[in-house]
Write a protein of this length. Structure first.
Lengths: 725, 427
């Protein structure tokens, strides 16, 4: 059957072949076929190709240009010539030009497309605001209105020219101004001022200026010179200068006396005055710091001695009376009676020098000795001496006057040729005497140890030592209480007290016990108040009894022991517990009455980590609760905020106060500056597109803009869903 | 000034001039139930009532328009016309009261040993604490941190806040019971007096005793003035101590600055704020004493203006209510809120480490750099690692040693008093 089928199926194809090939061959092939089918697999027989073709089909079909579509122009090409088909051709062309209409999009898709387009458009429109918004957000302070009008200073003329008087008051004022020829439109200069301006010409002004300049320059030269001269330290130079000056003055005076006696008289008075001043002052009396130092050195140093003498000489010279006028001799007598004669200030070398106060007062000596006795204040020593002088004057005025007169006469006779030299010698003698006095004077209280004695005594000499004060205190108030200072000495003193106190709470740690006793039974200050309660006054007399009574009353409740017990309990409760993992019977015998070995117990007892030390570990009389305040902790910050690295940093910054009491004014203002400032009375316009454009430069301080855009802009803000697709 | 009046026969228990109300207003309460409020400068009476019950304590609330009276059974609130506003039956047997002005809390101590806090701005009972301290007849407040101090019969003084159910601090102050407690306005000093007739002053910063005085009769009442003067009522004598010769004006008490004898025993003491006046209630009335230097002369009008008008008072009231400090913030150390909560922080960190599986804040381990020419051998790498590790340890040890040695070095320099006088010029 199969064979036949095959044969028949082949038949239409091989119909044409029959002529060319022999029958045998066909049979052979049929045979082969049959054999192959016998193998169980049906093979399709390939058709034989009979004509040449590009495409080889399995089904033995072949056509030229197979696989290509039929295209319209190809068909049209054939109808080229015939004109009757022209219309059809046109129509076909038209059809060809028209593209096929696409399928309309679904509703969702079309909407999505619209949204996307709208989003792009709006985001572009909104992006131009981005810069402004960012800037405003970053700005430390915003001042609204953002666009501030620049204050322009209009020239006053401009303002005035546009001025029109409106109110009657203004009119009145203007009329007044007109009357007095005050400038109204050009307010710079009044006619008077203009006239004064015109008065001085330019040349004149220049000349005057040059003159002034010259004078100023001269003055400055002179000043510079004077300054330079003043800086010269050479004593000799100054001395020479001084001498020259005095000589010149004398000469002038002589000349003046001849020419103008009246002027000379005033000059004389002046000189007299200077002399008085010198006598008043202590300038050259070996009194100053320098002089004192010199006095110490004088013994060993010739130069120093000389310097001192020089100073004394100068004093003398200055205090010397101006030679009397020939015509004023009678007056001189009169004056001599009124004023103190010169010789009062002079030294009397012949006197024994035991008491310089009683003498005619040689200033230097008296003061030096005074310095030794009381180095503190020269003023005090001066005052009594003056008083003494006066007293003498009043009492034995006449006698003394005679005496002085005599002495002066003799001195003048003796050393008139060079009074200065004599004076110097005198001074020297006096000085030596003084030194010897210093060394040997038994009347001086201090044990004199050379010339530096007084100086040393000034530094270290105490008016009264602490011991003295103590002694004084004891004398004055012997019953005054000893006042215990609680801080340093408390413990030691109270340990003693506790020893006597005799409280028994040996269970507590020893040191703690001592401390606690100290705290409570520490010595107290018994006060003595002026007013005492009436009811207790008599009780107070037997104070010891009272104390005993109280002791007895509270003997039962041992407050301290109770407290210690409580404290120990609290401490124990607060300690972390050790974990006991010991199991009896493992590795050893177990049973009643048998305890695990100590080794095992030690091994399986897990010791806890000791907690932080108690806050009251050094305070025996205090129990401080270690409990955490959870309610307050809820309000605490429990992590370090961003810019800080460590807890301490953050805490420090939080702790720093902001208020003006703790900060400088500027820092305080900066810290508390408002972020947004609005100026009162100004309309705050919403930000406009010009503001947002990048060309417009932002004002520096303002930073920013209203975050609410205008209504028309807000239209753009209906943003489509970003994920629209 | 002794006020004549119908209560003279009784004994006014508590003349109070509470610090927060303007100083012009005085509140008097007699043990036999007489209550009177008056403007003590003009002497004009605001109200005068008899509550027909024993009055144990009396206090102004935040303004002079309201006051609380602790009567024998319950706590009552009256307005300044004497109209009863409230009767708080949960507060029974109150013996002492303290008003905490910044928290709007009225703290009461009862005879049954309960310490109760009432928020008067909302009328809520904030906390009720059983102190287990027996009858609470002694109470004081620390104005600096609003901690309440209670004195007990076993000689201890306990410090309480409404947030913790146990005493923050227990101090053994006296061998007998405590009779009076007062804390000065800076919160630095606490004065206590006890049955052992002692008056002690403690430094509350260190809980250390500063001073101890023995008074002829112990002080029954203590009060600190704004400037730190201490008044003590010992029987019928009122004694005052000024701020003594201590360094930097520390409170050192010697012989009293003033003392005054009253006709009868004193029942209460209170300084008048911003005035040099001490009001004393005693057995036969009320006496105001002049105490030079007691009141603060330079008041801060923004904080508490003694001359404020009614309008200002009303505004102040609103502001004070807005700025009311919640009771949870009462802590022994007011600076605690400015600190980071270290325990929670640590815990959070540990949790985070567990969650992430690594410590994000940990320092990365030292990784030795690779070197050439055989220097990166295993041995040398190990050596380098050890070197770095040891370096860290060394710095740690060095630091701890420095810390240990620092206190040892200090006492080497002899104390000032022992050095010779001329040594101070040594360089």
């Amino acid at each position: 059957m199969a064979e036949e089928d095959l044969f028949q199926s082949d038949h239409p194809v091989s119909a044409s072949e029959d002529e060319g090939d022999g029958n045998e061959e066909r049979r052979h092939s049929q045979l082969l076929e049959a054999v192959s089918t016998l193998a169980g697999r049906k093979r399709r027989k390939l058709a034989e190709r009979t004509e040449a073709s590009l495409q080889v089909s399995e089904f033995n079909l072949s056509c030229e240009g197979a696989g290509e579509k039929l295209v319209l122009p190809e068909l049209l090409g054939s109808i080229r010539a015939s004109s009757s088909l022209g219309i059809l051709k046109k129509q076909l062309n038209r059809v060809k030009q028209k593209k096929s209409v696409e399928l309309p999009l679904s509703k969702e898709e079309s909407e999505r497309v619209v949204r996307e387009a709208a989003y792009n458009k709006t985001s572009k429109a909104v992006a131009k605001w981005e810069q402004v918004v960012l800037q405003n957000r970053r700005a430390e302070q915003l001042v609204f209105p953002l666009k501030q009008e620049q204050m322009r200073v209009a020239p006053i003329e401009e303002v005035l020219t546009g001025w029109k008087t409106r109110t009657p008051l203004e009119q009145e004022i203007f009329s007044l101004l007109h009357k007095t020829q005050q400038p109204v439109t050009d307010p710079l200069l009044t006619p008077l001022e203009e006239a004064s301006l015109r008065a001085m010409s330019l040349e004149e002004a220049q000349l005057r200026r040059a003159e002034l300049q010259k004078a100023r320059a001269l003055q400055s030269y002179y000043e510079a010179k004077a300054r330079r001269e003043k800086k010269i330290k050479s004593k000799k130079y100054h001395r020479v200068l001084q001498k020259g000056r005095s000589r010149k003055a004398l000469k002038d005076f002589e000349v003046l006396r001849k020419l103008d006696p009246e002027a000379a008289l005033t000059k004389l008075e002046e000189m007299e005055r200077s002399r008085i001043e010198e006598r008043m002052s202590l300038k050259h009396q070996n009194k100053g710091k320098w002089a004192r130092s010199r006095a110490i050195m004088a013994k060993y140093n010739l130069e120093a001695r000389k310097a001192m003498q020089e100073q004394l000489a100068r004093n003398k010279e200055l205090t010397q009376k101006v030679p009397m006028e020939p015509e004023g001799e009678e007056e001189g007598n009169v004056a001599g009676e009124g004023l103190l004669p010169d010789s009062i200030n002079e030294v009397q070398p012949s006197t024994d020098g035991a008491n310089p106060w009683m003498l005619g007062k040689p200033s230097s000596e008296a003061k030096d000795s005074g310095m030794q006795e009381d180095p503190k204040d020269p003023r005090e020593s001066v005052a009594p001496e003056d008083a003494g002088n006066e007293g003498e004057e009043v009492s034995e005025e006449e006698i003394l006057l005679q005496d002085f007169e005599q002495r002066r006469c003799t001195r003048q006779q003796a050393g008139s040729p060079e009074p200065k030299g004599a004076g110097e010698a005198e001074e020297e003698h006096l000085f030596v005497e003084l030194l010897s006095n210093v060394q040997t004077d038994p009347g001086v209280e201090q044990p004199a140890q050379g010339p530096e004695g007084p100086l040393l005594s000034e530094q270290l000499g105490r008016l009264c030592t602490p011991e003295d004060i103590d002694a004084l205190g004891q004398e004055e108030g012997a019953e005054e209480q000893e006042r215990p200072w609680p801080t340093g000495t408390l413990q030691e003193s109270e340990e003693e007290g506790s020893a006597g106190g005799g409280h028994t709470a040996k269970k507590a740690p020893k040191q703690k016990m001592i401390n606690l006793q100290a705290v409570l039974a520490g010595e107290s200050h018994v006060i003595h108040c002026p007013a005492q309660p009436v009811s207790v006054q008599d009780e107070e007399e037997e104070a010891a009894d009272q104390r005993l009574v109280i002791k007895e009353a509270f003997a039962g409740d041992d407050v301290i022991a109770d407290f210690l017990r409580e404290k120990r309990k609290v401490e124990q409760a607060g300690k972390p517990q050790a974990m006991d993992l010991v199991l009896p019977g493992w590795g050893e015998w177990g049973g009643t009455g048998l305890r695990p070995s100590t080794r095992k117990r030690k091994r399986f007892l897990i010791k806890p980590v000791p907690g932080p030390p108690r806050r009251d570990q050094h305070l025996p009389h205090v129990i401080i609760s270690q409990q955490r305040n959870i309610l307050a902790a809820a309000h605490q910050v429990n992590e370090v905020p961003f810019p800080f690295d460590r807890r301490q940093q953050f805490e420090r910054s939080i702790r720093a106060p902001v208020g003006p009491t703790w900060n400088t004014q500027r820092a305080f203002q900066k810290l508390t500056a408002l972020r947004i400032l609005t100026q009162p009375g100004h309309i705050i316009q919403p930000i406009s597109a010009e503001d947002a454009s990048p060309q417009s430069t932002m004002p520096t301080r303002r930073g920013g803009a209203a975050l609410a855009p205008t209504p028309q802009h807000s239209r753009h803000h209906q943003r489509p869903h970003k994920k629209a697709r | 000034m002794s006020l004549p009046g119908p209560w003279l026969g009784g004994s006014p228990a508590a003349p109070l001039i509470p610090p927060i109300s303007p100083h012009r207003h005085l509140l008097l309460g007699g043990q036999r139930g007489h209550v009177a409020a008056l403007d003590w400068q003009t002497k004009s009476l605001l109200c005068e009532i008899n509550v027909m019950e024993t009055v144990t304590d009396i206090t102004w609330l935040h303004t002079e328009t309201m006051f609380a009276v602790a009567q024998r059974r319950w706590l009552y609130v009256y307005d300044n016309q004497g109209v009863e506003l409230n009767c708080l039956k949960r507060f029974n047997g109150v013996l002492r009261m303290e008003f905490l002005p910044y928290h709007f809390l009225l703290a009461t101590a009862s005879e049954t040993g309960f310490l109760q806090y009432l928020d008067i701005s909302v009328g809520k009972e904030v906390a009720t604490i059983c102190t287990r301290g027996g009858r609470l007849g002694v109470m004081g407040q620390n104005p600096a941190n609003a901690i309440v101090h209670l004195g007990h019969s076993n000689g201890t003084v306990t410090l309480w806040s409404p947030n913790v159910k146990e005493p923050l601090v227990r101090m053994l102050c006296h061998q007998g019971g405590v009779r009076a407690v007062a804390v000065d306005s800076s919160g630095t000093y606490m004065a206590t007096s006890g049955l052992d007739r002692k008056l002690r002053v403690y430094d509350l910063r260190a809980y250390q005793p500063l001073q101890s005085l023995v008074l002829p009769v112990g002080a029954g009442h203590l009060s600190f003035s704004q400037r730190g003067l201490l008044a003590a009522a010992c029987g019928d004598v009122v004694q005052l101590w000024g701020r003594g010769a201590g360094k930097g004006g520390t409170l050192i008490l010697w012989d009293p600055y003033l003392s005054h004898t009253l006709p009868r025993a004193a029942h209460s003491l209170r300084f008048c704020p911003f005035e040099d006046v001490l009001g004393v209630g005693h057995g036969s009335g009320f006496t105001s004493l002049l105490v030079p230097g007691a009141g603060q002369a330079n008041f801060d009008a923004l904080e508490n203006n003694p001359f404020r008008s009614q309008k200002q008072r009303q505004e102040w009231e609103v502001k004070a209510l807005l700025e009311k400090i919640p009771s949870e913030l009462i802590t022994l150390d007011p600076g605690q809120l400015g600190r980071v909560d270290a325990i929670t922080m640590e815990q959070k960190h540990q949790e985070r480490v567990e969650r992430l599986g690594f410590d994000p804040q940990a320092k990365p381990a030292f990784q030795p750099r690779r070197k050439l020419k055989g220097r990166s051998s295993a041995g040398s790498l190990l050596r380098r690692k050890k070197k770095v590790a040891n370096e860290e340890q060394r710095t740690k040890i060095r630091k701890s040693l420095e810390q240990q040695q620092a206190p040892e070095r200090e006492p080497k320099a002899a104390p000032r008093a022992q050095r010779p006088a001329l040594d101070r010029f040594k360089k």
